[in-house]
Structures are given as structure tokens and as C-alpha cells.
Design a protein around this ligand. Structure first.
Ligand code: UN1
Length: 505
């Protein structure tokens, strides 16, 4: 297959971002989903090389652990500054390598900058509690300590932001991260690593090895999963991957932060603001070409508004600009590859067999780009929530169903194995509060009058059930990256025992 005309620009971007030419040699072909053609080659690390990277991170840990947390925050602050300088180039590289539209490529880098800012503040707030002791002359407290090497496995769909959520927290917490990015997006990982490396070398060359990058496939991930020097693995990907990885981590008592499949839904109530709902639904369902963990995949529309609302949604779908994600005005870029398209086609075939009425879903622009996979996002009216609807297909398919009573909608909403994100569009405060209450959505994220995607970094991110239960990013997610010690200090001259136990020797 011929080399992509994008290869020249990619080389230039990588050079600007500081990637070493030596890293761009090897057997793995990297393609841009924009035209499906080769933009670069990289080498895969096998298990042995991955183990070496873990070794370097483990060796760097004691020195990094000893750096005061606010000083660690200063490094992350400088990295955020580096990202600000290179936002345009890195955002564009994300667009070329992943296919998301430029606005979203830039948004992804902004998400990295935001989490750096958050982590800088956090570096002065790694608080422990002081607890009243039941014994006279005693004090209890909690201290939070670094864990060690943190493995970070990321997916193609957020090729750099999800690493940043994990790495920025891991670093201010005093850990040394080792990153295994998706084999579909190694270039943005190399660029990010180069930017970090440059920042850390200027900060203190002795700390140069605190963050490691390992390119490769499942073999490289397996090294992180199995290595006893890695006390925490944060992994984003499919539920299938999580099912394979979780028992292995559990068997060696390592911590897991799992961010797996989502099958996110929204409810549109009769009192919803239709304009706002249409925009929120469309961004959530077709943004990133339906390839976010948080993508809206199921829509429950109230009977009373169904006939008016769904044709309007179909009209918005009919006008979506699909095409080159670099062009301003494009709203839907390509799918990542042919396998993603195949998955979409199969799901739509099944939905049709289940009685679904499908609008869209066909491949487009195949004359211009025969090796790329652009699709018209699909709107599928389903008579019921059949098995295919309960599965996550990583493509822009929105299944639309009717409901009459909110209780029924919530029951169906929760009747899937995944539990990442959710939302309700309503003007009725009782409905909104019910949805976010314990009787409402069972997801890790439950929104009102915004779609399920596009979360800010300030909140904890993650979900329940088959989504894996992990939490990353904001709030107190940092606690998963540290170990807690409970300390009891006796400042008296006696030795009273807890629970009033007498033990005289
Ligand atoms: C993902 O799809 O893995 O909330 C992450 C969102 C983004 C992150 C998605 N901030 O949609």
C-alpha cells in the first residue's frame, strides 16, 4: 500500500514535538484513519524491553518519592506549560493519528493541561485525617505515601488525555508511571513522552527516568500486568481486556483501576428543552465518530414527544458534515479502521433482524479514500431493548426507544451490563433528582440536561458493573495512587491498650 501524503506533515510534527528519529524505525506500520495509509513505522517492545522500562521506573522511584509533593507539583506545572506551547502541534497529531476532528484533538490536549493544573493544586493537598484516639496521651493520624511504579494502559480513542489523567496524579503522588499506549496510536505517545522528557530534563536531569513509555501490543501490557514491581495498573479498554487482566492483578494483590466498556443512555422527558436536547444528544452520539467510552448509544424518548422529537433528530443527522477531520466544519471524522466498520455493520445487521428501523449507517467517501472508513452515523429506532442494544459497539450507532413511565425508562436504562455514563433531559426537578438519586441511574456519571460524554477533569471519572469500577482524574481519585498508613502516636509515659485490654508483664 502506498505511503500516505500525510507522512511528511507527520514527520514535521514529530520533529517539532521533539521525537527522536531513532524511535521511528521498526516493523509496526502506523496508519492515519484519515486515508487509511501508512504515516510512520515504529518498533514494538517485547516483554523483555517492557521489563527493562519497569526496571528503570522502579530504580527512579526512591529519588522521586523523596522529592516533596509540592516540588513534584512544580514539575507537573512545567509540563502543563510545555503542553500549552505545543497544543496546536500535538492536537493536530492527535487528529491525524486518531481521526477525531481538530476541535476534539485540541480539546484532548486541553484536557491534559487541565489535569496538570488540577494535579499542581493537589500536590499541596494530599491530606490525611487526624483522628481522636480512645487512649489518653495518644494521637492517631493518616499519612499518604507513594506506591511505586504505576502501569498505565490506554486506548486509541483518547490517545494522550487518559495517560495524562493517570500520569499527572501518579507523579504528584510520588509514583513513577510506565505507559503502554494503544498500538494504533504510538506517535502521539512518543510525542507526549518527548515533551515530558524535555520538561523533566530541564527540571532535574537526575530525574529523567521517572516516566517511561513502552510501545507494543498485548505482550507489553502483559509485562505490566504480571510484574510484581508494579503495584498499580490503570487500564482503559474493552471489558474483554478487563476480564483478562483483573484476575491476574488480583492474584498478585496489585491494585487495578479499570475503565472498560460503556453503553451510555439518555432519557428525553416531555419537559425537555428540545433544542438543547438535540444538540446534547448529537454531540454525545456522533462526536469522536461514536468512539468515546462515554458516547451516547441508547436514547429513551417519552411517548408524548416521540413523534415530534425523533424526526427532528433524524433531520440533524441528515445534515452532519462527515469528512476530513482537519477541515473546519467537519463534525464526524473516520472510524479508526476497517475492523471498527465491520463491527458497526454487524451490529446494524443484527438490529435490523431484531426489528430495528435504520437510518444511516452506510460507508461514505470510499471513492476519495478507499482505505479509510467514514460512515454516516446511524439512528436506529428499536421496538425493544434487544440483546444487541445491550452490547457496546464502538461506532456511531444510536438506538432509539420509547417509554411511557419514568420508572420504566430507568429500569431499561440500568438493564445493561455496563455502567459508565448517563443523562436525562428534563425541565422537571422531580425527574432530574430521581435520576441522580439512589433509585435512578446506576452509572458512575449521571448528568442532567447535558449528554453523557465530555466530562470535565474535576470530577472522578469511571463507572460501575462491567465498566470496571475504577475512578481516575478529579475529586479524590488520587487516593488510589497512594497507600494509606494509619499512625498511632503515644506521647504519654504509659502504655494503655486499645479496647481496655489488660496485659501485665
Ligand atoms: C474515554 O472515552 O475513554 O468524558 C474518555 C469524556 C472525555 C473522556 C472520555 N472527557 O467524554
Amino acid at each position: 500500500m502506498p505511503i500516505s501524503p500525510l507522512a511528511g506533515e507527520v514527520r514535521h510534527l514529530l520533529e517539532t514535538l521533539g521525537v527522536n528519529g531513532g524511535d521511528l524505525r521498526g516493523d509496526r506500520v502506523v496508519r492515519s484513519p484519515i486515508d487509511g495509509r501508512e504515516i510512520a513505522r515504529v518498533g514494538d517492545a517485547g516483554r523483555a524491553e517492557a521489563a527493562e522500562a519497569i526496571g528503570r521506573a522502579a530504580a527512579a522511584f526512591p529519588a522521586w518519592r523523596a522529592v516533596p509533593a509540592p516540588r513534584r507539583g512544580e514539575l507537573v506545572r512545567r509540563f502543563g506549560e510545555t503542553l500549552r506551547v505545543h497544543k496546536e502541534s500535538l492536537g493536530r497529531l492527535v487528529t491525524i493519528e486518531n481521526g477525531k476532528i481538530l476541535q476534539e484533538g485540541l480539546g484532548e490536549v486541553q484536557e491534559m493541561i487541565d489535569i496538570c493544573d488540577f494535579a499542581v493544586g493537589l500536590s499541596r493537598q494530599l491530606y490525611g485525617l487526624t483522628i481522636a484516639s480512645e487512649r489518653p496521651g495518644h494521637r492517631m493520624m493518616e499519612t499518604w505515601h507513594p506506591l511505586g511504579v504505576c502501569g498505565i494502559v490506554t486506548a486509541f480513542n483518547f490517545p494522550v488525555a487518559v495517560w495524562a489523567w493517570n500520569a499527572a496524579l501518579a507523579l504528584v503522588c510520588g509514583n513513577t508511571p510506565v505507559w503502554k499506549p494503544s498500538e494504533k496510536t504510538p506517535l502521539t505517545a512518543l510525542a507526549t513522552q518527548a515533551l515530558f522528557r524535555r520538561t523533566v530534563e530541564a527540571f532535574d536531569p537526575a530525574l529523567a527516568e521517572i516516566a517511561q513509555l513502552v510501545l507494543g501490543d498485548a505482550a507489553a501490557s502483559a509485562a505490566l500486568v504480571d510484574d510484581p514491581r508494579v503495584p498499580l495498573l490503570s487500564a482503559t479498554g474493552s471489558t474483554r481486556m478487563g476480564r483478562a487482566v483483573a484476575p491476574k492483578l488480583a492474584a498478585r494483590f496489585a491494585r487495578a483501576i479499570l475503565e472498560l466498556g460503556g453503553n451510555n443512555a439518555a432519557i428525553v422527558a416531555p419537559s425537555a428543552d428540545p433544542e438543547l436536547a438535540l444538540r446534547g444528544i448529537t454531540f454525545a452520539a456522533v462526536g469522536t465518530a461514536g468512539q468515546r467510552c462515554t458516547t451516547l448509544r441508547r436514547l429513551f424518548v417519552h411517548d408524548d414527544i416521540y413523534a415530534a422529537f425523533v424526526p427532528r433528530l433524524a433531520a440533524v443527522y441528515g445534515k452532519l458534515r462527515i469528512g476530513d477531520p482537519r477541515e473546519p466544519g467537519t463534525l464526524v471524522g473516520p472510524l479508526i479502521d476497517g475492523a471498527a466498520y465491520e463491527g458497526m455493520r454487524k451490529a446494524l445487521d443484527q438490529a435490523a433482524r431484531d426489528g430495528g428501523t435504520i437510518a444511516g449507517g452506510q460507508r461514505v467517501l470510499s471513492n476519495e479514500w478507499p482505505d479509510a472508513f467514514y460512515v454516516q452515523p446511524a439512528l436506529v429506532e428499536m421496538p425493544a431493548q434487544t440483546e444487541i442494544v445491550t452490547r457496546e459497539t464502538f461506532a456511531p450507532i444510536l438506538y432509539v426507544m420509547r417509554y411511557r413511565a419514568l420508572d420504566d425508562a430507568i429500569r431499561l436504562h440500568n438493564a445493561v451490563p455496563q455502567g459508565l455514563s448517563s443523562s436525562i433531559f428534563t425541565g422537571d426537578m422531580r425527574e432530574a433528582e430521581t435520576f441522580v438519586s439512589a433509585e435512578g441511574s446506576d452509572c458512575g456519571i449521571a448528568n442532567v440536561n447535558i449528554g453523557p460524554s465530555g466530562a470535565e477533569i474535576g470530577g472522578a471519572f469511571g463507572g460501575e458493573k462491567e465498566t470496571g469500577g475504577g475512578r481516575e482524574s478529579g475529586s479524590d481519585a488520587w487516593k488510589a495512587y497512594m497507600r494509606r498508613a494509619t499512625n498511632t502516636i503515644n506521647y504519654s509515659k504509659a502504655l494503655p491498650l486499645a479496647q481496655g485490654i489488660r496485659f501485665e508483664v
